[in-house]
Write a protein that binds this ligand. Sequence first.
Ligand code: NAD
Ligand code: ZN
Length: 352
Amino acid sequence: MDERAMRAVRKERPEPGAVLSRLPVPEPGPGEVRVRVAAASVCGTDVSVWHWNEWAARRVRPPLTLGHECAGTVEAVGAGVDPRRVGERVAVETHVVCGRCLACRTGDGHACANVRILGLDRDGAFADRLVVPATNAWPVPDGVPWHVAALLESFGNAVHTALAQPLTARTVLITGAGPTGLGAAAVARAAGAASVVVVESSPERRALALRMGADAALAPDEADAGAVRAAAGEASGVDVALEMSGSPDALRLCLAAVRSAGRVAVLGLAPTAAAVDWAEGVVMRGVAVQGVTGRRLWQTWLDATRLVARGLVDLSPLVTHRFPLEEVERAIETAAGGHAGKVLVEIGGGSP
Ligand code: NAD
Ligand code: ZN
């Protein structure tokens, strides 16, 4: 291969689909690194951008390289970056934060007011090479294989949401067993939850939830608040509910199943405003509701890396499909089907 050219999955125009193109290898600017991408995983956002749904059409301005969740090796550094980082194995934080807004300056960079996101606002990871700020390249120990390292970004959403709550000896409900809910089930188990109940529509994903550490996995039509409380073994309600489906019905189930003075963390993005009985369901019962976005910089990354590197969580069962970069469209459609675990795009990885 010409070392000055690389493959990249490009959305050239504001329309569905993308093409595998050849582009010049990008040079890292000051404070940046260039990563040789080993593996990337597919996120629901990539599916939305590929299919060009209403949200994507409003949000994204082509031309752009798609993809964001990835891991690889630092192969070049820009001015001001420690040259010893060349050769480092890294996973990539996909939120490029400004460092100047109030959230950034007060230690809450995950909620940056000026965030720019790989694969949405700047060139992404479905490519042989990717340039990111050096701080976005998070070092990964040698023992973590590429297929797990590539998952750290999305697993970080699960870790951030789950570990924002006390979980040890607590009863936990998770609605939605997509990759995020599945990761959260494993974290809750690792954190010593008393019981972990998952509610999920897909039978394949319910089976995966049990493999990842859930005690029970219920279909939404059999999961009213009473059934959840019974499955959790706590008649007064679960201590903690994590909403990870984006379904308004699931959010209402979380609020109905949680005990008084319990906690509900919401990561799922409902497409429309969800009606909730705030007065009786939340306020008078003293329920704490928390919205969760992204990953804490860098505490979540440290926690997520330790969970996988020290064997506290095994993410391998989550990877149900693998495709080479040339078959990225099949990867997208497999993820879009809603029954897979995590779909991996193998780019330049090899082993490990
Ligand atoms: P996903 O779409 O793969 O998983 C959602 C799951 O919820 C699916 O398996 C679906 O079958 C299930 N589901 C649908 N309706 C349900 C219901 N009524 N009850 C129970 N389960 C139901 O998504 P994911 O990648 O795991 O992400 C989970 C959610 O988090 C999505 O809404 C996504 O948009 C959102 N998200 C938010 C952030 C953030 O920073 N806040 C980051 C990533 C993803
Ligand atoms: Zn900021």
